[in-house]
Design a protein around this ligand. Structure first.
Ligand SMILES: Nc1ncnc2c1ncn2[C@@H]1O[C@H](COP(=O)(O)OP(=O)(O)OP(=O)(O)O)[C@@H](O)[C@H]1O
Ligand SMILES: [Mg+2]
Length: 453
C-alpha cells in the first residue's frame, strides 16, 4: 500500500492521527483535527559543519537589510503599511464579503503594473469579471497579468515570473499536497506556508485576500496570521460608503495606523479630510446626540454618538449598542442610575456611533453618559460642545491619553467648548485662550454643566 502523504493534526495539542477523528483522543477537544502534509524527512547534517546562517554572530557584525518600499498608489494604504509595500512581504487583507477587498487590490495591482510585473490570481472571479471591474474603475492596466486558477501548484511558475502577486482569495485556492477541499483549515494553512516560502526565497511580494467568519475573525487558523508579515482588516458597514483599513499586525510598521476610504462607483479612494464624516447635520437640534474626539489608530476623528430612548413596553428594558461595546453601555447605564440618580430602568436604550465607525477606547465613556442624560432629559447638547473622558464605576472621570491632540482636533473642527477630565487639564492649558475648557471630576458634574440642573 502506498504510504500516506498526509496526516490529521490536532490544532490544540498537536496530536497526529493517520485518519480524521471527531474528537482528539489526546486533549479531548472536538473538531480540532485538520489535514496536513507530512514534511519529508530532513537529510542528516554533517556534524560540526557550520552553515553560514547557523553560526551565531555578534550584533555588531550583523548587516542591515534595507527594506525597499514601493508606493501602492493609494496614500492611505501606504500609511497603514508603514510607508509603502515592502519587497518580499506577505500582506493579508481580511474583510466582510463585499467590503471592497478585490476593488482595493485591483487598484493597487493596476498602479504597480505600470512599472513592474504584477500577477492577479483570481480564484473567485473569472478574468473577464476582473477586466470588467478594471474598466469600471477606469484603470489603465494593460500590462497587468491575470490568471484564473485555483491550484497554486499549477500557478507557481507564473508566480516566479512576477514581482507582485495578488491572491484573491486564500480560501478559494488549494494545493495538491492535501486531499481536503479548498477553504478547509489545513488547505488555508498549507497554501499560506507555500506562498511564504516562495515570497521569502524569491523576494516576491504577495497580497492575499482572506475572508472573515461570522464572528469577525479571519476564516482559517490563527497560524495564518502568524505566517503573514502584515495583517490588515477592512471594516465598514456594507451600507456605508466609508471604510476603515486597520493594521492588526505589521512587521514593518506601526499597528496604530488606520486608513479611511470612501467607496464610490469609480473605486476606492483614500480620504484625507475625514473628520466631518462622522458628524450629522442635526447636531444640537435633537436630544441625545453628543460629539467626542476619538483616537482611532494614530488619528483623531470627531465622532457623533446618538441615543434614542423609548418607554419599555414589555417589562424588560431593551439595550442596543452599535459601534460601542454592549457591556460598556450596560456599565455606563448603571453608573448613571446609581451615581447620578438618573432612572433608566423603564427605558429602552438604543446607542449608535455615526457612520458605522467602531469606538473601542474608553475615552468615549463620558460622551455616552452625556448622550444618555441628554436623551433622558430631552435637552439637546450644544452643537459646538465636545465631550471626552473615561468613566469609573464610582462615577469619577478619569484622564485619557492624547488629550491635547483631541482638544486640538475639536479646535480644528470649529468646536467652542470641550468637557474633559480634570487630570487632562494640564496637558491642554495651551488651548485655554482659543477654546473653552470645562474640567470635570465626576459624571454628575458634567451633567450639571451641560444641562444646568
Ligand atoms: N457597478 C458598480 N457601481 C458601484 N459600486 C459597485 C459596482 N459594482 C460593485 N460595486 C461596489 O463594490 C463592492 C464589492 O467590491 P469587491 O468585489 O471589491 O468586494 P470584496 O470584498 O472583494 O467582496 P468578496 O468578498 O465578495 O470578494 C460592492 O459592495 C459595491 O459597493
Ligand atoms: Mg472579492
Amino acid at each position: 500500500m502506498a504510504k500516506s502523504t498526509t496526516q490529521f493534526v490536532c490544532a490544540e495539542c498537536g496530536y497526529a492521527s493517520p485518519k480524521w477523528l471527531g474528537r482528539c483522543p489526546d486533549c479531548g477537544k472536538f473538531n480540532t483535527l485538520a489535514e496536513e502534509a507530512i514534511a519529508p524527512a530532513q537529510p542528516t547534517k554533517f556534524k560540526g559543519a557550520f552553515r553560514a546562517s547557523s553560526r551565531p554572530l555578534p550584533l555588531s557584525e550583523v548587516k542591515y537589510e534595507s527594506y525597499e518600499r514601493v508606493s501602492s498608489g493609494i496614500s492611505e494604504l501606504d500609511v497603514v503599511l508603514g510607508g509603502g509595500i515592502v519587497r518580499g512581504s506577505l500582506v493579508l487583507v481580511g474583510g466582510d464579503p463585499g467590503v471592497g477587498k478585490s476593488t482595493l487590490l485591483t487598484q493597487v495591482a493596476a498602479h504597480l503594473a505600470k512599472s513592474r510585473k504584477v500577477l492577479y490570481l483570481s480564484a473567485e472571479e473569472s478574468c473577464s469579471q476582473v477586466k470588467l471591474r478594471c474598466e469600471r474603475l477606469g484603470l489603465n492596466s494593460d500590462k497587468l497579468l491575470l490568471l484564473n486558477e485555483t491550484n497554486i501548484d499549477d500557478a507557481e511558475s507564473a508566480f516566479l515570473e512576477a514581482e507582485y502577486v495578488i491572491i484573491d482569495s486564500i480560501q478559494a485556492v488549494y494545493t495538491d499536497a492535501l486531499s481536503s477541499s479548498a477553504g478547509s483549515v489545513g488547505q488555508v494553512r498549507e497554501c499560506a506556508s507555500k506562498l511564504m516560502r516562495i515570497a521569502k526565497s524569491k523576494g516576491i511580494t504577495f497580497f492575499i485576500v482572506g475572508h472573515v467568519t461570522k464572528e469577525g475573525t479571519l476564516a482559517g487558523p490563527k497560524v495564518l496570521e502568524h505566517i503573514m508579515d502584515a495583517v490588515l482588516y477592512f471594516e465598514g458597514e456594507r451600507t456605508e460608503s466609508f471604510k476603515i483599513l486597520r493594521a492588526v499586525k505589521n512587521r514593518f510598521g506601526s499597528v496604530q495606523e488606520v486608513g479611511v476610504f470612501e467607496m464610490t462607483g469609480g473605486g476606492i479612494f483614500g480620504l484625507t479630510d475625514y473628520s466631518a464624516l462622522f458628524l450629522s447635520d442635526a447636531r444640537g437640534v435633537a436630544a441625545g446626540a453628543v460629539v467626542t474626539p476619538s483616537e482611532t489608530g494614530n488619528r483623531c476623528m470627531m465622532v457623533e454618538l446618538q441615543t434614542l430612548m423609548c418607554k419599555t413596553a414589555f417589562g424588560l428594558p431593551r439595550r442596543m449598542a452599535l459601534g460601542i461595546d454592549f457591556n460598556r453601555l450596560a456599565v455606563l447605564v448603571a453608573v448613571l442610575e446609581k451615581r447620578c440618580g438618573i432612572a433608566l430602568g423603564t427605558q429602552d436604550i438604543y446607542l449608535n456611533a455615526m457612520g458605522g465607525i467602531k469606538l473601542n477606547e474608553p475615552s468615549a465613556d463620558l460622551a455616552v453618559c452625556a448622550a444618555l442624560a441628554s436623551a433622558e432629559k430631552s435637552i439637546p447638547v450644544d452643537k459646538y460642545t465636545a465631550v471626552f473622558g473615561e468613566v469609573g464605576l464610582t462615577g469619577e472621570v478619569r484622564g485619557v491619553n492624547f488629550a491635547d491632540k483631541r482638544v486640538n482636533e475639536c479646535l480644528k473642527m470649529g468646536f467652542k467648548r470641550v468637557v474633559l477630565p480634570v487630570k487632562n487639564m494640564k496637558a491642554c492649558e495651551k488651548f485655554k485662550d482659543k477654546i473653552e475648557l470645562v474640567p470635570v471630576t465626576y459624571v454628575s458634574q458634567m451633567i450639571k454643566t451641560l444641562f444646568k440642573n
